[in-house]
Write a protein that binds this ligand. Structure first.
Ligand code: GTP
Ligand code: MG
Length: 312
């Protein structure tokens, strides 16, 4: 049984996308999707009017940033399935059915992968490389390689949203969604989608500034999701620094030069490094216990649900 069009909300965040928003909404309407929800970041170019005229429900977001907009939109959607994409005309409505299909087969979250089969030139080389680095870092920190964690093309169930704890305000939101999806053990499917060049409209993404923020987010969120990585990295850096300094101190000692303060610093660095690594190990242990408890709770909840259904 395929997913009914009326059970799907097409969610489009926009900030000054007047050039592309109308054809995008029209394409979806022609395909039979009538629930189109535009969350607008207070555009000044007439995007709101254009989207309303094309037949979408439009809400002006409160606050600033793509993350804020998406979190606000999630609280306003009632349809059981959500298909989310950017309003800049870079993603194709024709991929919608392929994106939604896995949800029908039990997936919780679908990511549209832009990197595998993208248009020549749709992503600058810098963006392509940056995306790849970010996906690899994500794998190290969070333990899953999801091909394209920053993709704006996503499909998910309303039910799965309730399990995501989202707080990021800017372009870090996709990263946070990916982290939460992995942390909550949701069933993820990655589907290659086509990706076209922006039709000349200005991007709101600053590759270096936003790239740095995204990498920082991947690392910061690892504190809870993977404490061994988070603390282990700091611990390792301190220990290595202490080790290098130690080599220097020993080398000088053989030349009959004694460096007392530097020796103390070496010891402090190595001790601090090892202690912080221990924090990571302890954190990892706690997390393992916590996972076990959550698993048990999940089983209990499922049993209760079954019982409730039997009683009805
Ligand atoms: N509501 C809302 N939407 C935003 C905001 N910032 C960006 N957007 C929209 O979010 C989508 C993604 O933004 P883009 O500027 O395309 O960022 P990107 O896709 O990472 O970068 P490009 O590769 O240049 O397309 C677009 O539809 C924007 O209009 C915001 O602050 N609020
Ligand atoms: Mg875009």
């Amino acid at each position: 049984m395929a997913i009914e069009r009326e059970d799907v909300c097409i969610l489009i965040p926009t900030l000054n996308e007047v050039l592309t928003i109308t054809p995008l909404i029209q394409d979806f309407r022609e395909m039979g999707f009538d629930h189109i929800f535009v969350i607008d970041g207070n555009s000044t170019d007439g995007t709101v009017q254009a989207a309303e005229a094309a037949g979408a429900r439009v809400v002006r977001q409160s606050g600033k940033g793509k993350g804020t907009a998406i979190i606000e939109a999630f609280s306003l959607i009632e349809e059981p399935y959500i298909l989310m994409l950017d309003g800049d005309g870079t993603y194709a409505p024709s991929d919608a059915d392929r994106m939604l299909a896995p949800l029908d087969e039990g997936a919780d979250h679908v990511i549209g992968d832009r990197l595998t089969a993208c248009d020549e030139g749709a992503l600058t080389r810098l963006n392509h490389f940056g995306n790849h680095v970010i996906n690899v870092l994500f794998k190290w920190a969070h333990g899953a390689y999801l091909q394209d964690i920053l993709s704006g093309y996503r499909a998910f169930t309303q039910e799965s949203l309730e399990r995501l704890n989202l707080k990021e305000t800017g372009f870090e939101i996709e990263t946070e969604i990916a982290v939460e999806v992995v942390r909550n053990d949701l069933k993820v499917v990655v589907i290659p989608v086509s990706y076209c060049e922006r039709p000349g409209t200005p991007t709101k993404l600053h590759p270096f500034r936003d790239g740095y923020k995204i990498i920082r987010t991947i690392y910061r969120l690892a504190k809870v999701a993977n404490p061994l990585f988070y603390f282990g990295l700091i611990g390792m850096l301190l220990t290595v620094a202490g080790g290098l300094l130690g080599v220097y101190v020993v080398y000088e000692w053989f030349q009959n030069i004694e460096r007392i303060p530097m020796t103390i610093l070496t010891v402090l660095l190595i001790m601090a490094g090892l202690m912080i690594t221990m924090f990571g190990l302890l954190g990892d242990l706690f997390l393992a216990f916590h996972r076990e408890t959550t698993q048990e709770l999940k089983k209990v909840r499922e049993e209760l649900e079954k019982l409730k259904r039997k009683m009805e």
